[in-house]
Design a binder for this molecule. Structure first.
Ligand code: ADP
Ligand code: MG
Length: 238
């Protein structure tokens, strides 16, 4: 697990200011949910933490040390994308093994790690299949498995359930709560689903137009939304 600190994080794409000075301190093992409307900068924020994009300004500290100079693979961070981003030509085993092979782990250890993660996710019977032979829910599990095998100290999840039907979303929501307990890892989870945020989060970060509107426990935000935007998004009507 890792603590993460964002200091004055800014991101511009040309003239478009997408993140305008985000400050956030996330504790070891915390489950933080980031909510906000489409286009407010949620995915960009995760991509900066993962090292897939450089910030325009500001710093990202992981375990107290600036991560800006570290390549994505050195950050100890794993990201699960909304689109799953599986390799279509590789079977499930090879999809999950991909990052470990890149890191030159011994094949015997890779096998053990993949089988353990597959068991944890209930996909141990699917290891020979290609992504196109899987349901949406199964693909989602493979994408999560591919992240778990790397034993990340920090887990980033970008709307991981948005492509699943309602019943499966409820089931996977419980799975994420279980995984968070079992893996004992820090999680930053992006969603625009109010129920996911309220049930999963230790703390919720409400993002709007690239700025933080409010940070608090689900109870705090529900009971005392700071403004109408937060109230409309998550809080009780008043
Ligand atoms: P969210 O995930 O909250 O829906 P994003 O972080 O994906 O929002 O996008 C925030 C804004 O940044 C949008 O206006 C989007 O068009 C812009 N944006 C994101 N990525 C890029 C990029 N690579 N190049 C240019 N603009 C981008
Ligand atoms: Mg997004």
């Amino acid at each position: 697990m890792a603590n993460v600190e964002l200091r004055g994080l800014e991101k511009n794409f040309g003239a478009n200011t997408v993140l305008k000075g985000v400050d956030l301190a996330i504790r070891d093992g915390e489950f933080v949910v980031i909510v906000g409307p489409s286009g407010c900068g949620k995915s960009t924020l995760l991509r900066l933490i993962a090292g897939l994009e450089p910030p325009t300004q500001g710093d990202i500290l992981i375990e107290g040390k600036s991560a800006l100079e570290d390549a994505p693979a050195q950050r100890g961070v794993a990201m699960v994308f909304q689109s799953y981003a599986l390799y279509p030509h590789l079977n499930v085993f090879d999809n999950m093994a991909f990052g470990l092979r890149m890191a030159k782990m011994a094949e015997r250890d890779i096998k053990a790690a993949v089988e353990k993660a597959a068991q944890m996710l209930g996909i141990e019977d699917l290891l020979d299949r290609r992504p196109r032979e899987l349901s949406g829910g199964q693909r989602q599990r493979v994408a999560i498995g591919r992240a778990i095998v790397r034993q990340p100290r920090l887990f980033l999840l970008d709307e991981p359930l948005s492509n699943l039907d309602a019943g499966l979303r409820v089931h996977m929501r419980h799975e994420f709560a279980r995984l968070h307990r079992e893996l004992a890892t820090t999680m930053i989870y992006v969603t625009h689903d109010q129920v996911e945020a309220m049930t999963l989060a230790d703390r919720i970060v409400v993002l709007n137009a690239g700025g933080v509107e409010q940070i608090g426990t689900p109870q705090e935000i529900y009971d005392s939304p700071r403004n109408l935007f937060v109230a409309g998004f998550l809080g009780s009507p008043r």
